[in-house]
Ligand binder design. Structure first.
Ligand code: MG
Ligand code: MG
Length: 275
């Protein structure tokens, strides 16, 4: 796959817009999280997030995103073995013990925020809980490496090493990405790599970092609807994502709620000091 998308450096005024986009996006994710329970459909989760976007008069860049056919919803809702790009469906009801990923984007004043989490539905297995905690921690471990002067490979390698140390796998086929006026800009930020390699991180870069973790193998498959991506072996998967700015003072997470908390917290591991 080629990746020739441009890297854009944002001004402090643009970062302020992206911070607001991120807050609205976090509120939408928190709203979706709050309705998770057995019997609720994946379309209900999408509707809860959409209601927040509508309240602020903003929209999701996911809606009509080009692909095999335009993406039909504002969020991706992916259950269990589905890793990313699940299409919300009113016939798909959540069951006790499922894990569900919600990925949402917000366009505010022309800038995009992109963030995701995975959470349990009722009581979940020990394996599922370990997977959620690992994926969430991998995201924050990656964020800590997003320091000016570090390279993309430093971030990628930190995520890969942590995930593999816990006995899980990172996908090779889908990656984090720069984000700004477009949802997908440069640089591409894989969840695997070699420390010291790749593009140097600079203040003003804004990146959607998104560990995608699989229990069984790294291999994925695309389902019959041509959007949904899942583990090839049917094993559980999880996905956490924040939009982060590289600043002179370290990484700043842009997709936090107004109280500087993430919309969902699994393991309690969160870096706050640079916000
Ligand atoms: Mg996303
Ligand atoms: Mg993304």
């Amino acid at each position: 796959m080629t990746w020739d998308r441009q890297i854009t450096l944002k001004t402090s005024d643009e970062l302020a817009i992206m911070r607001r986009a991120g807050q609205i996006n976090a509120e939408a994710l928190a709203a979706a999280y709050s309705v998770i329970r057995p019997g609720v459909s994946t379309a209900d989760l999408n509707a809860a997030a959409e209601e927040v976007l509508r309240k602020y008069g903003v929209y999701s860049p996911f809606k009509n995103y080009p692909g095999p056919y335009p993406f039909p919803a504002s969020t991706c809702v992916s259950v269990n073995d589905e890793l990313v790009h699940g299409i919300p469906d009113k016939k798909r009801k959540l069951q006790e013990g499922d894990i569900v990923s919600i990925d949402c984007g917000t366009v505010y004043e022309g800038f995009v925020a992109d963030s995701a989490f995975t959470a349990g539905v009722g009581a979940i297995s020990e394996l599922a809980q370990k997977l959620l905690e690992t994926t969430e921690r991998a995201l924050y471990i990656g964020i800590e490496k997003m320091v000016s002067g570090n390279r993309v490979g430093d971030v990628s390698a930190a995520i890969q090493q942590f995930v593999e140390s816990r006995g899980f796998y990172v996908t090779r086929e889908y990656t984090g990405h720069g984000v700004g006026t477009k949802m997908h800009e440069g640089p591409q930020v894989p969840n695997y790599g070699i420390a010291g390699r790749g593009i140097v991180l600079r203040p003003g870069m804004t990146i959607a970092l998104e560990p995608m973790v699989l229990v069984g193998t790294a291999a994925t498959r695309v389902f019959a609807d041509q959007w949904r991506v899942g583990s090839r072996d049917g094993s559980l998967t999880a996905h956490f994502e924040h939009t982060i700015a590289v600043t002179e003072n370290g990484p700043e997470i842009l997709t936090l709620l107004e109280n500087n908390e993430p919309p969902v917290r699994i393991s309690g591991h969160i870096r706050k000091e640079s916000v």
